[in-house]
Design a protein around this ligand. Structure first.
Ligand code: G6P
Length: 609
């Protein structure tokens, strides 16, 4: 959600800024712009729409400057338009700024500045910040920015330049990520690491309440109180630039679906020690289950769906109460959370604003927080007491696939590690679960290959549909939720998930001739119940797709399309069943001709609430 880039060095800044923005496209945006320090002025080009539009606009202008900032905007205050795009300036174009986040008190500030004679061109909260900086500016940009941030409420990452001080970019972070890439006689600024991975693997991760003075040959980082931070830790990133490229796949999403066996294997191997699950590297005690009387799982979107699945399994096997809730709800009620609570927050990006806020709330009330995250130096990783890193590698497509798989797998690891601690579960059963878990990557690989053509054929049939329903029971219901979300977010076809047993309490009224219903039947233990529901929709004309394990017995006349899964422990079958759902969403969206990696209105990293 919004992307910031910056460059200062000996090379021409504009192409480097545009390339950095391209790498951040996955975050989601509806307009983009850059500002470059030229000899006499700061030259700004900004445009509503995709980066290609901005690129052709920049080709009409000549940029020589070696210092600049850029931005992709995801509209919050004011619709997407050229004027509302960033960068923004003060009245005299002295101060130039790009911003991620939301300034909550911008109305008050705008009134104050308007009364003092400031005139605003855009509807954004960001422009107000540029004006405010100019009121404090007295030939020292860092001091002016510092005074400004003290007046701001809300979340922000800012990159600021001044026409007077061409040799620097000032960057500041509060609740919105910002990293500084360190090069030889050049430095880079970005919202996320993939922007400049091809230039450096050495980064400073700015923390909340830090302000950086970035020159081409040095970077000084200060606290908001003015103290210089000496010996700030540098982070070495082990991903290479290749990992964040498409590598011949038509879309990142397809590449990421196919990367799942490898990334899942990485996570499992990382948490196995001599064939036994060992989660102590995360900070969890060996007998962690004894320390808590309940578990709260809090997350957003796809990450929430991984938690919904985990609730069924953890409660069933570990007999500990588990609540699962979307973070935006959790944070604004008064949850019963205390020192006996293990709070598990799940987040691919580690920066989701609502999840972070829920984490802080639970911590304040004494809970221990375990994060499942893909992002090592993220806010969520740093603020949690314990962390299991998902090891999925960079996930670029907005629709999450391999991160989801590793989230579910991380819960499987917790499940089996918890089973080891329960006296009523034999060592033999725990060992069987562990060995089933290890089989998963290879089974997923085979299934993705084998089911591909069949799913493409089904997807050809879905592209003209208006509504598609997904049904399941138990963990299969949570897969239905995820399957429906995947499909609607990238194909824009309306999709709904229902607990199969709930259909006849309302939704059945919507089933008519030809409406597709995807029935998830990966759990052998309740297959017959699910199948009765499938027959109910078939009797009303639905076009049914059944996803179930091979050799399952059922009346074939009720099933129009069948996808068979290899047989595995029913508790782990979910990670097999999700593969056809991901491919189905992908190929349906492909047929619909949609922008698969960057669906409209959505963002990969949602850093505002
Ligand atoms: C956005 C993304 C989803 C993601 C959700 C939570 O909505 O589009 O793909 O599941 O945020 O993100 P997180 O980074 O916390 O997992």
């Amino acid at each position: 959600m919004c992307g910031i880039v910056g460059y200062i060095g000996d090379k021409k800044a504009a192409p480097i800024l545009l390339a950095g923005l391209k790498k951040l496209e996955y975050r989601g945006y509806d307009s983009a712009g850059i500002a470059v320090q030229e000899k006499k002025a700061v030259k700004i080009v900004k445009k509503e729409g995709k980066l290609d539009k901005l690129k052709s606009r920049t080709e009409e202008e000549v940029f020589y400057g070696r210092t600049g900032i850029g931005h992709t905007r995801w509209a919050t205050h004011g619709r997407p338009s050229d004027i509302n795009s960033h960068p923004h300036t003060d009245s005299f174009s002295e101060i130039v700024i790009v911003h991620n986040g939301i300034i909550e008190n911008f109305r008050e500030l705008k009134e104050e500045l308007s009364a003092a004679g400031h005139q605003f061109k855009s509807e954004t909260d960001t422009e107000v910040v540029a004006h405010l900086i100019s009121t404090y500016y007295d030939d020292d940009l860092r001091t002016a920015v510092n005074k400004t941030v003290e007046r701001l409420e809300g979340s922000f990452a800012l990159a600021v330049m001044s026409r007077q001080e061409k040799d620097k970019i000032i960057a500041v972070r509060k609740d919105s990520p910002l990293i500084i890439g360190l090069g030889e006689n050049e430095n880079f600024l970005a919202s996320d690491i993939p922007a400049y991975l091809e230039h450096t693997d050495n980064f400073y991760i700015l923390e909340d309440g830090e302000i950086a003075d970035i020159r081409k040959d040095k970077v000084n980082i200060y606290k908001f109180n003015g103290d210089l931070i000496v010996n700030k830790n540098k982070t070495k990133i082990s991903w290479d630039a290749e990992m964040a490229e498409k590598q011949g796949y038509q879309h990142f999403m397809l590449k990421e679906i196919h990367e799942q066996p490898e990334s899942l294997k990485r996570l499992l191997e990382d948490n196995l020690n001599g064939g036994q699950i060992d989660l102590t590297a995360s900070g969890l005690a060996e007998d962690w289950l004894d320390n808590y009387d309940k578990i709260h799982i809090v997350a957003c979107g796809t990450a929430y769906h991984s938690g919904a699945l985990a609730k069924y399994l953890l409660e069933d096997k570990l007999r500990i109460p588990v609540e699962v809730e979307v973070a935006s709800e959790y944070r604004y009620r008064n949850p019963i959370v205390d020192a006996g609570t293990l709070m598990i927050v799940v987040s691919q990006s580690g920066e989701t604003a609502d999840t972070l806020a829920a984490l802080r709330l639970a911590k304040k009330k004494g809970a221990s927080v375990l994060a499942l995250t893909n992002s090592r130096d993220s806010s969520i990783a740093r603020e949690s007491d314990m962390v299991i890193y998902l090891k999925a590698g960079p996930e670029i497509a907005v629709a999450s696939t391999k991160a989801y798989t590793n989230m579910v797998a991380a819960f499987y690891l917790l499940l089996v590690d918890g089973m080891r601690q329960r006296d009523n579960i034999s060592d033999q059963i725990t060992a069987e679960y562990t060995s089933d878990l290890i089989k998963l990557p290879e089974m997923i690989r085979k299934l993705s290959e084998q089911s591909k053509e069949q799913i493409q054929a089904i997807a050809n049939n879905y592209e003209d549909k208006e509504n598609i329903f997904f049904i399941g029971r138990n963990t299969d219901y949570t897969l239905a939720l995820e399957g429906a979300l995947k499909l609607k977010e990238i194909s824009y076809i309306h999709a709904e998930a229902y607990p199969a047993g709930e259909l006849k309490h309302g939704t059945l009224a919507l089933i008519e001739e030809g409406v597709p219903v995807v029935a998830l039947g990966s759990r052998a233990d309740i297959f017959s119940k699910l199948f009765s529901n499938l027959k109910e929709v078939k009797a009303r004309g639905a076009e049914t797709l059944l996803i179930t394990e091979e050799n399952q017995k059922f009346e074939t006349e009720s099933v129009d399309h069948l996808i068979e899964l290899p047989i595995l422990n029913k508790d782990f079958a979910g990670l097999l069943a999700i593969i056809p759902l991901q491919l189905l969403a992908y190929y349906t969206a492909l047929n619909c001709g949609e922008d698969i990696d960057q669906p409209r209105n959505l963002a990969k990293s949602v850093t505002v609430e």
